[in-house]
Design a protein around this ligand. Structure first.
Ligand SMILES: NC(=O)c1ccc[n+]([C@@H]2O[C@H](COP(=O)([O-])OP(=O)(O)OC[C@H]3O[C@@H](n4cnc5c(N)ncnc54)[C@H](OP(=O)(O)O)[C@@H]3O)[C@@H](O)[C@H]2O)c1
Length: 250
């Protein structure tokens, strides 16, 4: 299918990686629904993209009714769905594990894992019902899907869970031409990661600044994965600031 006829939903699209990926998709000809909670930011992005190419839907991915509305509005405006970029996510303050308030744990699990599951269910329903059938889901994992940072139990647990979700979608989606990828990102310069430049706790107890990469490279990586035909899939991709501490245990 030509890019002009393909439709994507990007969650967490009001800023950072979601915004970069959504804008890259629009520039390549995709129609894109930008979803997040901050209406003003979404409207500004959609205004810059052009109303025929983009749609803003205020969404909290952790709320089932809000997610249903996101998919219904996308279908009403664009008629089908070819890509879900499950990107919305958040971290929790770096505090000792036993001091993390349960409410904060729930907030992170709801945004990072429950939200991905709810969006995945709605995408499956739409992918199965449309003609041609099928579609692609790209889940935003993290380097934290492989290795934790100190004092990151909620974030790391949800990002490890994303790997299980990705594999289940790949397996259960096969018979309906639904494919799933996971992009594991390390240190893209966004609001979430900006603190890395000032120094963050390391495994040995020291505080060290870490290198960051321009978020536009992540947008291009998502675009590459999205543009593949459905019989080809990047199952896992790691894209990171080359010299960040991951490979070599530091
Ligand atoms: N930056 C990195 O280096 C890095 C590394 C690994 C993984 N990641 C992952 O990349 C994703 C995006 O992070 P980012 O770096 O771009 O951070 P960011 O700039 O803070 O953006 C996070 C986005 O998620 C949205 N969001 C948060 N909770 C939401 C909810 N409940 N419902 C809907 N939208 C929600 C936010 O929008 P609203 O506040 O408007 O709702 C915002 O658009 C996250 O899943 C993160 O774990 C980032």
């Amino acid at each position: 299918m030509a890019a002009q006829n393909r439709v994507a939903i990007v969650t967490g699209a009001s800023a950072g990686i979601g915004k970069a990926a959504g804008v890259a998709l629009v520039k390549a000809g995709w129609k894109v629904t930008f979803a997040a909670r901050r209406a003003d930011l979404l409207e500004k992005i959609v205004g810059e993209c052009g109303a025929g190419k983009a749609l803003a839907v205020v969404t909290d991915v952790g709320k089932p009714e809000s997610v249903k509305n996101l998919f219904a509005q996308t279908k009403a405006k664009f008629g089908r769905l070819d890509l879900l970029f499950n990107n919305a996510g958040m971290g929790a303050p770096a505090v000792p594990l036993d001091e993390l308030p349960y409410e904060k744990w729930l907030e992170v699990v709801n945004a990072n894992l429950n939200g991905m599951f709810l969006c995945t269910q709605e995408a499956f329903r739409l992918f199965k019902s449309q003609n041609p059938q099928g579609g692609r889901i790209i889940n935003n994992g993290s380097i934290s899907a492989h290795a934790p940072r100190p004092m990151s139990v909620a974030y790391t647990s949800t990002k490890h869970a994303v790997t299980g979700l990705t594999k289940c979608i790949s397996l259960d989606g096969r018979k309906n031409d639904i494919t799933a990828s996971q992009i594991d990102i390390g240190n893209a310069l966004t609001e979430l990661a900006a603190r890395m430049a000032n120094g963050v706790p390391q495994a040995d107890g020291s505080i060290k600044p870490e290198p960051l990469m321009d978020v536009k490279h992540v947008g291009q990586a998502v675009l590459h994965m999205a543009n593949l035909p459905l019989d080809v899939n990047v199952q896992f991709m790691t894209i990171m600031a080359t010299k960040m501490p991951f490979v070599g245990r530091g």
